[in-house]
Write a protein that binds this ligand. Structure first.
Ligand code: ZN
Length: 264
């Protein structure tokens, strides 16, 4: 999973990552920037170091490895240099599945991360591009994280994963991003006064404020994958859209790649 900041993959795909990890699959989160702009009082190297440490702790709690690329937060551009960084990360991991943001988003770093990963799709299989890292023999399946943006087209939940059983673990992992969950995001969102001081209370509060409402489209996808009866009980879900670039999976292939969707 590839995000712009060291907490993006966590929020958008963390529950699914936990489920994969529990099944024995190897998951990597990559943050394309080092997060060195995301705070109201800290900045620069000190902030990047703090966020790197938080990401490593979150990675442990999710059961994933967490890489942070040393590009400045808030200044990301879809350059050839960063494209090659992304291509190398996908190749070195020999990824079967790559999940990233759609290129339409309020935050320019999210937008350009979406573009950078789109630019890497296909190129990861081209040997003459970044030849110092061997090209992949087959193109991975690329998917997008869910978002609520409507233009130019709304998110289409091709895959919807029930994360109800691991939602508490997801929140515990996100709790590792203290600088974000309890300081920066509440400050920029004007709700700093709502953050509980007590550590245990904070994590409960996080679970209340971070729960994502299941949209009608995601509900329909859950029904498709889990059946009507089981889907009624699902409280928390993460959804993904298949990208038109990269390998194009049919339903059987999606079930192979997302084995948590196969209900017995
Ligand atoms: Zn972000």
């Amino acid at each position: 999973m590839i995000g712009a900041h060291p907490d993006d993959c966590d929020n958008d795909g963390g529950g699914t990552a936990i489920l994969f990890a529990k099944m024995g699959y190897a998951i990597k989160f990559v943050s394309v920037t080092n997060g060195d702009a995301g705070h109201q009082t800290m900045k620069g190297t000190a902030l990047a170091k703090r966020r790197f440490a938080e990401a490593q702790e979150a990675g442990k709690r999710f059961g994933v490895t967490y890489d942070v690329l040393n590009n400045h937060d808030g200044e990301l551009l879809p350059t050839l240099e960063v494209r090659v960084q992304v291509i190398k990360k996908i190749r070195e991991w020999n990824a079967d599945v790559v999940i990233a943001p759609r290129p339409n988003d309020y935050h320019p770093d999210h937008r350009y991360t979406g573009v950078l990963v789109q630019d890497a799709a296909y190129m990861v299989a081209v040997p003459n591009v970044a030849p110092e890292t061997p090209a992949l023999k087959k193109n991975p399946v690329f998917l997008y994280f869910q978002d609520g943006f409507q233009r130019p087209n709304p998110f289409r939940p091709d895959v919807a994963v029930d994360i109800s059983n691991v939602f508490a673990q997801k929140m515990h992992a996100m709790d590792a991003h203290e600088s974000q969950m309890y300081e920066w995001l509440p400050w920029i969102g004007h709700y700093l006064q709502d953050v509980p001081a007590d550590k245990t209370e904070r994590e409960k509060w996080l679970a209340q404020t971070r729960a994502v409402t299941i949209t009608p489209a995601v509900k329909a996808s859950l029904e498709k994958w889990y059946g009507k009866e089981k889907s009624e009980e699902i409280q928390h879900a993460e959804a993904f859209e298949v990208c038109e670039y990269g390998a194009q999976p049919d339903e059987a292939e999606l079930k192979r790649l997302f084995p948590m969707l196969v209900t017995k």
